[in-house]
Design a protein around this ligand. Structure first.
Ligand SMILES: NC(=O)c1ccc[n+]([C@@H]2O[C@H](COP(=O)([O-])OP(=O)(O)OC[C@H]3O[C@@H](n4cnc5c(N)ncnc54)[C@H](O)[C@@H]3O)[C@@H](O)[C@H]2O)c1
Length: 361
């Protein structure tokens, strides 16, 4: 079992272990009523562990299964949750438990942020992506027909229980997509991790592929530690430090939008990392060999390194509209001083980076 401290607000722990869900009651004590939000498929596999833990402590549970996918991450779902909790008399001193991937975590987290002007939420991520990213840091949001994550709030959880044994039932494509975010942490070259994630990915390939709980505990803990360090230093994305977590994401978001989500988020991040490495090399910020390391790592995880067929012009138009951009084009790139936000790279470097991911420009 490992524990990572997130020092935002009152502070909370990310607990990483193979039976973390058994301690749901402990993370919520002494509360006696909770709203448990999950999805049918997740609840079928992992609901019993949570219900069992809460039952043993005599906690009353109000259960809801929300729908699957981005459509369920909506104001309508938030209203449905809040109305149910109101009917069932969930009070301000009670809590919400989010059991699922990022869709459940974001939606239940946002509902908890606004219900009674904010009640406690315990994040219990069950996808690799949610364990290393979405469940940590207090960002919650739902989608509007006009765009993704347009309505949200910062609402830090009271705790995060990352039970790596739940990853055994995750569909293969979802698991691999989560490895795209783990690759991001490996390539962030974080001073505190000192290459540890990259080493595990390279040296324990079979264990990672086989979802070995010891390897996963190590990977999730190290990734969570990087995320925790960044959000602790810049909890509400004000200094630019938190933007470094978007390494590989500028192109990734555009690939998702222009490609109508043919690529899963983590797969798009994988291509975005190869692009960011190539762009940094073309701008002579890093050696060509370091850019090749990006490709080798991503390819070794069985993730895509190219996204041919998408028009560069459409991708550039979407990247200019990116909500993190300050008018022009902004990329998080490696360089001699580590990750930095770089505005408006030269056209020749952009063309080289597009070519590196199989896109004509
Ligand atoms: N808040 C943040 O900081 C943040 C960061 C990154 C991503 N996100 C959001 O996260 C969402 C994506 O999350 P995701 O990748 O976890 O996808 P997801 O929540 O859609 O889960 C993927 C699928 O796996 C199923 N599933 C989840 N856990 C399972 C398990 N253990 N066994 C079997 N099936 C399981 C889900 O029911 C779903 O069908 C996006 O909406 C994205 O915007 C938020």
């Amino acid at each position: 079992m490992a524990r990572v401290r997130v020092g935002v607000g009152d502070g909370y722990d990310v607990v990483v272990s193979e039976d973390a869900l058994a301690d749901v009651w402990l993370a919520l004590a002494p509360r006696k009523r909770v709203g448990l939000v999950s999805q049918a498929g997740v609840f079928e596999h992992h609901g019993a562990a949570v219900i069992g833990s809460l039952d043993r402590a005599g906690v009353e549970v109000i259960r809801t299964a929300i729908g699957d996918g981005e459509d369920a991450k909506s104001m309508a779902t938030v209203q449905q949750l809040c109305r149910l909790w109101a009917r069932e008399g969930l009070l301000r001193g009670d809590a919400v438990v989010a059991l699922g991937g990022g869709v459940v975590g974001d939606t239940a987290g946002f509902a908890a942020a606004v219900y009674h002007r904010g009640i406690a939420v315990l994040q219990c991520p069950t996808t690799l992506l949610a364990m290393v990213d979405a469940a940590i840091g207090g960002k919650t949001a739902v989608n509007l027909p006009e765009g993704k994550n347009l309505v949200g709030a910062f609402h830090q959880p009271v705790g995060v229980l990352a039970d790596v044994s739940t990853l055994a039932t995750l569909p293969d494509r979802e698991y691999r997509a989560g490895l795209g975010e783990v690759a991001k942490y490996a390539l962030m070259d974080d001073a505190i991790d000192d290459g540890g994630i990259a080493r595990i990915l390279a040296e324990q390939r079979a264990a990672v592929e086989g979802r070995d709980v010891a390897a996963l505990t190590d990977l999730v803990t190290r990734s969570a530690a990087i995320k925790a360090r960044v959000v602790t230093a810049d909890p509400e994305e004000r200094t630019g430090l938190r933007a470094t977590l978007n390494y590989g994401h500028t192109l990734a978001h555009a690939l998702e939008t222009v490609g109508h989500h043919d690529l899963h988020h983590g797969e798009a991040v994988a291509v975005g990392l190869v692009f960011a490495g190539a762009l940094a090399a073309a701008m002579e910020r890093i050696p060509v060999a370091a850019a090749e390391d990006h490709r080798t790592l991503v390819a070794g995880l069985g993730l895509p390194t190219e996204a041919p067929g998408l028009p560069a012009g459409d991708l550039l138009a979407v990247m200019r509209r990116d909500k993190k951009a300050s008018g022009g084009l902004t990329f998080v790139l490696q360089g001699p001083y580590g990750l930095e936000s770089i505005d408006d790279p030269p056209a020749r470097a952009l063309a080289a980076a597009f070519a590196a991911v199989g896109i004509d420009s």
